[in-house]
Design a protein around this ligand. Structure first.
Ligand code: GLU
Length: 296
């Protein structure tokens, strides 16, 4: 891969970094450095209702305190709506995306009526009501038609072989929401391609989105990046660490300790001889390369 490697950390600015997000940031930085590649930060602020003003600056500052500085100025998704619209237009023009008039209640009713109350992660699996047209109802959201697609298989660099039948397990998913906001799936795929990202390194909680993103990459004719999903940091209740179960804003007064703790989640040694964050990061790069069998 060499010089053309481009990786990224793509936080949603919903609050400061916590231990879990630092693990993903560190892994993506180490992977970029181990490939002598570039490392970017993209602020994923499409879901404006969930964004906290100032959190973007705080995150960038916390990263910098840990020695993680992007090689290019950060990009903000909120400024990239035109790109997402172009992508949606191209899907619509080719009959791959369709407007949907259904409310949540409509979806629940249609599922109940067909006797298949399918749910996944608390989300109803869309039964495809509007696939054949709106029949005079007003359009609310836009969805990808997943029906023609075979199950998606891919090789995760850490988790190994993965596969998902999107049409059956997830259904026609939303590209543009009823409130007019862009869905994460579309924005992330368009931006990764526009920024020339070759490798996605992120937390395992996002692994489940990969098949949907691969379907979109194929539908839009975009290059497929490689994927690596990092282990999650669990809260006291055994669930993914979040503000609700004990995630604390990072104490960046101790950045070296933070790197050591994040490194431990990634299976890296403590590196007790490192005196500074720069020392620690330098020592960690070849260890990461060895662990992931990256040829250097
Ligand atoms: N913005 C997403 C999040 O913070 C991550 C997106 C990604 O890495 O693909 O959960």
């Amino acid at each position: 891969m060499g010089a053309e490697y481009r990786g990224r950390f793509a936080p949603s600015p919903t609050g400061p970094l916590h231990t879990g997000s630092l693990v993903a940031a560190l892994a993506s930085w180490l992977d970029a450095r181990a490939h002598q590649g570039r490392w970017l930060v993209r602020i994923e602020d499409v879901d404006t209702q969930r964004c906290v003003p100032g959190a973007d600056h705080l995150i960038l500052e916390q990263l910098a305190q840990c020695g993680l500085v992007p090689d290019e100025p950060p990009v903000y998704q909120s400024k990239r709506g035109d790109l997402y619209q172009q992508a949606l237009d191209s899907l619509i023009a080719r009959g791959l995306a369709y407007p949907c008039a259904c409310t949540r209640l409509d979806i629940a009713r249609a599922l109940a009526a067909s006797g298949q109350a399918r749910e996944r992660h608390g989300e109803l699996v869309y039964p495809g009501t509007c696939r054949g047209g709106l029949h005079g109802r007003p359009a609310r959201a836009w969805r990808l038609d997943t029906q023609a697609h075979a199950p998606v298989s891919w090789q995760d660099r850490l988790l190994g072989p993965q596969s998902q039948d999107v049409a059956h397990e997830v259904g026609d998913f939303v590209l543009k929401r009823a409130d007019g906001l862009w869905a994460y799936q579309l924005a992330v795929v368009v931006d990764d391609a526009a920024q020339g990202i070759t490798d996605i390194v992120r937390g395992e909680d996002l692994a489940d989105n990969t098949a949907r993103q691969i379907l979109l990459e194929r539908a839009l004719g975009l290059p497929l990046p490689r994927y690596l999903h990092t282990p999650l940091v669990l809260g006291a209740n055994g669930e993914k660490l979040s503000k609700q179960n004990g995630a604390q804003a990072l104490d960046t007064g101790e950045p070296l300790t933070l790197l050591r703790q994040a490194g431990a989640v990634l299976g890296l040694p403590w590196l007790a001889s490192a005196a500074t964050t720069q020392d620690w990061l330098q020592q960690a790069v070849p260890l990461w390369a060895e662990r992931l069998k990256i040829k250097r």
